[in-house]
Design a protein around this ligand. Structure first.
Ligand SMILES: Nc1ncnc2c1ncn2[C@@H]1O[C@H](COP(=O)(O)OP(=O)(O)OP(=O)(O)O)[C@@H](O)[C@H]1O
Length: 311
């Protein structure tokens, strides 16, 4: 499971002196579903286009399957399936006929068509014209096309864009099955963490061209621990008194924050504050959603309290 599938070092793309992708190091291991996240304009599509050899980097290096993309492009891309932006089809042909035109180009065995249609659950609709397909069916046909060449790596750029919740759910189930059932490593981009939560095993978050977080989704989740917030008479004084008494707290204006929310801990803390004649006005539990953490990380000057206390 430890084999590296994608490794970039200092990947850079400059448009008119602005860095759209700013020295990004991406590591994707075999069997992972790597969620590549970032707000609109963060640099996801530009990065993906470079990974697929569709755009030349301004600097840095790209290794795929431990080979340099610059020197082994054909070899590498033969083992990569991709879906970048909305795929275009011959609308007057059936889903199966569309796959057949692609199959001839790729020169893969005919049996692959029925196989990929069944993987994306389009067997029943294989003979319907693509112009009659829903957006979700078209996206699934896009995945079928990406799978036709029997890839080891699938790179999907916002495949859930424009899909309704049930379409997103179907896409998620489909992608989740890729590593285990078919041995395929997946990189999938999105601007919404909620869309790739529950399927990604690893997350890379990019903001303004820079990678600001890259680790397991589990670690990101652990940042979403609840914390307790107390409004007190004077946060700074309260903090110094509490620290002297051995408590681990943070303060900000008239607020005291702490991560340990056990009942006995809170009651002792309040008693300590009251004994020190510091008024306690309010006690509340705050819970950050994954989306909050994502927003905090990507927000300008991500040193806001929530990001700080969750780290
Ligand atoms: N061909 C280009 N010429 C000039 N600037 C470009 C070009 N392509 C992208 N950019 C700029 O690079 C930055 C990153 O764009 P990119 O499309 O990679 O972001 P993204 O994260 O994929 O966003 P979205 O989710 O909106 O697709 C943006 O500021 C964009 O305007």
């Amino acid at each position: 499971m430890n084999e590296t599938i994608i490794q970039t070092h200092g990947l850079l793309k400059t448009f008119k002196q602005a860095n759209a992708v700013d020295r990004v190091d991406i590591t994707i291991k075999k069997g992972e579903i790597y969620g590549f996240l970032g707000p609109n304009g963060a640099g996801k599509t530009t990065t993906i286009r470079m990974l697929l050899g569709l755009m030349k980097p301004s600097g840095g290096s790209i290794q795929v399957f431990n080979k340099d993309l610059k020197n082994h492009k054909i070899d590498i891309l033969r083992k990569v399936g991709s879906l970048v932006e909305s795929p275009s089809y011959y609308e007057h042909l059936s889903g199966k006929e569309n796959l057949e035109t692609l199959r001839k180009l790729l020169q893969v065995p005919k049996e692959r068509i029925d196989h990929v249609l069944s993987v994306v659950r389009l067997t029943k609709d294989a003979h319907r014209l693509v112009k009659e397909y829903s957006l979700g069916m078209k996206q699934r046909l896009g995945i079928a096309s990406a799978l036709l060449g029997d890839p080891e790596l699938l790179i999907l750029d916002e495949p859930t864009n424009g899909l309704d919740p049930s379409g997103i759910h179907e896409m998620r189930e489909l992608i989740k099955s890729m590593p285990e059932t078919y041995g395929i490593t997946v990189m999938i981009s999105s601007h919404l963490l909620s869309e790739i939560d529950q399927m990604a095993t690893q997350v890379g978050i990019i903001s303004k061209g820079r990678m600001i977080y890259q680790d397991s989704i589990e670690k990101l989740r652990s940042k979403a621990r609840p914390h307790i917030r107390l409004r007190v008479g004077n946060g700074a004084v309260a903090k110094s008194k509490l620290l002297k008494s051995g408590y681990v707290v943070e303060s900000d204006d008239d607020y005291i924050y702490m991560e340990d929310g056990r009942d006995e801990y809170i009651s002792e803390l309040v008693a300590t504050l009251v004994n020190q004649r510091i008024p306690v006005y309010r006690i509340e539990e705050q819970r950050q959603s994954l989306e909050d953490i994502f927003l905090d990380l990507t927000r300008e000057g991500s040193g806001s309290h929530a990001a700080h206390s969750a780290s």
